[in-house]
Ligand binder design. Structure first.
Ligand code: UT7
Length: 328
């Protein structure tokens, strides 16, 4: 059983930062950022809550779908930048949207979050025939955890949200979800204080004394190496299950982290980059929101059309990765 995306909506905060803006606080330049990442500008939430961005995106999706929020049986919000440890952003949205019959929870699979969320929602729809619609939302305010003194990471990230209303259908569907926890240290941010002198008997958590607490840390080169392998592997693993190959797809919508990762993936999949939806230039890396933001924009522009086969491919902290193949 597959899914039908009834409608999508997105929200981007008004404020943007260009590459030149970063020159004011770190030793960088527009040329380096463009050539190494493909990013030109990104949106910044300021103190706007992530849940509010998610709500704005969800309102558009619900309006476009033309459904009654009371018919939504499930809300899942993916995020690495939840405004609260508890309650979940999904619970806040459930109330704010008047989706009074929906179960609600958040899911954190980092930049693979939308792919994980979509596949999780599909499994709920498949096993509960009384569930009419599910709402999946990705809402990220990365700027709140970015270390604006670290030129290697601060130039990468942007903020935004996107949402989709889905229902079950017999359309083509396949998915593959995975994680390689051995790379967990390569991309992380703490949400609770740990005294630097605390030592834990663990390869992963030894207190990270050398790293800034609460700020995002990334070993860019290592994550890059992981990403260029994970992206084609995630696609191939989902495609094989339904006997498809890359040439059967109309569009690839990968996580938007770096244009060079997308170009390398296109080469490895023997596919022209023209088949890849690219928004990293004007969104930056918005973690789990990047795939639905890119998909929503491509639908609005008329590039992605009904009946086309889409491959959504995520990779990120965890290190998680995965893909969902759907017919739009
Ligand atoms: O969303 C989750 C998944 N994340 C990703 O997929 C990110 C994967 N990684 C990447 O996209 C790339 O590794 C980065 C864009 C993060 C970095 O690009 P890179 O080509 O791997 O650069 P690097 O880290 O190897 O640094 C090369 C040089 C270094 O200088 P030295 O040591 O060669 O003298 C850096 O200090 O570039 C320097 N550098 C900068 N220079 C100007 C690093 N950041 C900057 C900067 N401006 N902003």
């Amino acid at each position: 059983m597959g899914i039908n995306i009834l409608a999508m909506g997105s929200y981007l905060p008004e404020q943007t930062l260009t590459n030149d803006d970063f020159v004011k606080f770190v030793d960088t330049n527009d040329e380096w950022i463009r050539t190494r990442t493909g990013i030109c500008e990104r949106h910044m939430a300021g103190w706007e809550p992530a849940w509010l961005m998610g709500k704005n995106a969800a309102l558009k999706a619900i309006e476009r779908a033309g459904i009654d929020p009371k018919d939504i049986g499930l809300i899942i919000v993916s995020s690495v930048t939840s405004d609260f440890l508890t309650p979940s952003m999904a619970s806040i949205l459930q109330y704010e949207l008047g989706a009074e019959n929906a179960a609600a929870f958040d899911l954190n699979a980092a930049c693979s979050g939308f792919v994980y969320t979509l596949d999780t929602a599909r499994r709920f729809l498949e096993t509960d025939s009384s569930m009419k619609y599910a709402l999946v939302v990705s809402a990220e305010a990365l700027s709140r955890f970015t270390d604006f003194e670290d030129r290697g990471t601060c130039i990468l990230f942007g903020d935004g949200a996107a949402a989709a209303v889905i229902e079950s259908s017999d359309k083509l569907y396949s998915s593959f979800l995975a994680s390689d926890g051995s790379g967990a240290r390569k991309l992380f941010a703490r949400n609770c204080h740990v005294a630097p002198e605390v030592k834990v008997e663990s390869d992963f958590d030894d207190g990270f004394p050398e790293k800034p607490i609460h700020k995002l840390y990334q070993d860019g080169r290592e994550v890059y190496k992981f990403a260029v392998k994970a992206l084609p592997h995630a696609f191939d693993s989902a495609a094989e299950k339904i006997g498809l190959t890359s040439s059967d797809m109309d569009w690839f919508i990968p996580h938007q982290a770096n244009i060079r990762i997308i170009e390398t993936a296109a080469k490895n999949l023997h596919i022209s980059t023209d088949k890849f939806i690219v928004t990293v230039d004007h969104h930056g890396n918005t973690s789990s929101a990047s795939i639905p933001l890119a998909l929503c924009e491509a639908i609005e522009k008329g590039d992605v059309k009904r009946g086309q086969k889409l491959a959504l491919i995520g990779f990120g902290a965890g290190l998680t990765y995965g893909s969902v193949i759907i017919e739009y």
